[in-house]
Ligand binder design. Sequence first.
Ligand code: CU
Length: 156
Amino acid sequence: MTNTRTLVVALALSCSAAAAFAGDVTVSEPWVRGTVAAQKATGAFMGLTAAKPMRLVGASSPAAPVVEVHEMSMENDVMKMRPVAAIDLPAGQTVALKPGGYHIMLMGLTAPLNAGTVVPLTLSFEAADGQREDVQVEAPVRELAAPAMKMKHGAH
Ligand SMILES: [Cu+2]
């Protein structure tokens, strides 16, 4: 698959007066891990590069009623995850949201996310001066074929 294309759709929602411009953060290679029937949660991953110091402070998606910013860590050979209030994005440095680390958690899924479909995400960023910026992302769903990981949703 040629998924190297940067899928950044920096549309300001017509109904959102707060989304003025979205030029300060670049989102690269967003993707969502596909799910099987009855699976209620999955992760979204991407690279985030901010032109000036920013923080990822939240996310939302029409695909899931609950969306949180999570951090994953290893505890006694078990991957555990917990919500974090924000992810710091230093200027000019790409911060990776990837399996085993930071991710965006989509919870309360009502239908499986199949490879080949696209999940719209709205990412909310905050600058040092408190200014908010929303970025729209279209994240393709990838096959659930990644190496199996022991996961425990301790925080959920
Ligand atoms: Cu999580």
